[in-house]
Design a protein around this ligand. Structure first.
Ligand SMILES: [Zn+2]
Length: 300
């Protein structure tokens, strides 16, 4: 709930905003990408649905709860986009001005414009065909200097890279000591495997691996300090303190994910909740097993 002071302030600001816009003190209405406040300062979770990319607030996202759906009607973010930024913004207190690199972001020009307003931001793509990037980067041979990046956001790219260990070593090289990688892959099975059938994502990019929880150990072997960021509900399910969830035919083998987590992870130490049940609902990051981000910190 918003505090009384917050509500009082909002009540004062609302009628003044059109005037502030007219004299250039506030961003034009609906131009969320021009907002002066950084996206990490998004509204408290006092609405049914809040987008942490564009700060839209409303009754619900569009479409069912799913990592690739549950879409923001204003900026087009899907729930994994919001979970990625939430992972970033709950991990780093003062992110303004950091050098942020993102591989093949889903979101287009307005999102990138917003990111460039607050960060030294650039987007890359492997061949600039499936996605537009500012530069072309092969994760196995990264054309960036050593220790030049504060934060890497890499959603759903690593599974498309043939040599995982080479890519991780290259990423560690270009991160500054103390820098972070926020890594997402589609985590649909408990243990890493080569796809049993040739697999291509919608943009025709081949998938070399279906990663499982053991990716955590490979990240550590590369020299990162690693936490597995999840919602509170998924953490509780995996630890056995909340009722198990069953697979519902959406391609996620939930039984395998639960069983393998218990043999692969130290559930008390490795899993970190970054969204309680209310926050997960408001950000639309459900169902719980669709949302995992590996937070990897280069410590030296
Ligand atoms: Zn949005």
């Amino acid at each position: 709930m918003a505090s009384i002071a917050d509500r009082f302030t909002s009540a004062l600001k609302a009628p003044l905003r059109p005037l502030a816009r007219r004299v250039g003190l506030a961003a034009p209405k609906n131009e969320w990408w021009n907002a002066r406040r950084g996206p990490w300062a998004y509204a408290p979770f006092d609405q049914p649905a809040v987008c942490n990319v564009c700060r839209w607030r409303g009754d619900s996202f569009v479409g069912p709860f799913h990592a690739e759906m549950s879409t923001c009607p204003v900026c087009g973010s899907v729930s994994r986009d919001r979970f990625l930024l939430h992972s970033f913004f709950t991990s780093i207190d003062q992110p303004a001005g950091l050098r942020v690199w993102e591989t093949s972001p889903r979101l287009g020009d307005r999102y990138r414009q917003m990111m460039r307003k607050h960060f030294e931001y650039f987007a890359s793509d492997y061949d600039l065909s499936a996605h537009e990037g500012d530069i072309q980067i092969d994760l196995q041979n990264i054309a960036l200097p050593d220790e030049s990046v504060d934060v890497l956001l890499t959603p759903h790219v690593l599974e498309h890279v043939p040599d995982t260990d080479q890519a991780l070593a290259e990423i560690r090289r270009v991160l500054k000591p103390g820098g972070h990688m926020f890594l997402q892959v589609p985590l649909q099975v408990g243990a890493t495997r080569v796809p049993p059938e040739p697999e291509f994502h919608a943009d025709n990019t081949p998938v070399f691996f279906n990663f499982g929880w053991d990716l955590t150990h490979r990240l550590r072997a590369t020299g990162f300090t690693v936490d597995v960021l999840v919602t509170e509900e998924w953490r509780d399910v995996l630890r056995g303190s909340a009722p198990a969830i069953a697979s519902n035919g959406d391609g996620f083998d939930v039984e395998s994910l639960i069983a393998a987590s218990r043999t692969t992870l130290d559930l008390d130490r490795d899993l970190v909740s970054i969204a309680d049940r209310r926050a997960a609902h408001v950000l639309g990051v459900l169902p719980p097993y669709h949302h995992v981000t590996w937070r990897c910190r280069r410590t030296n």
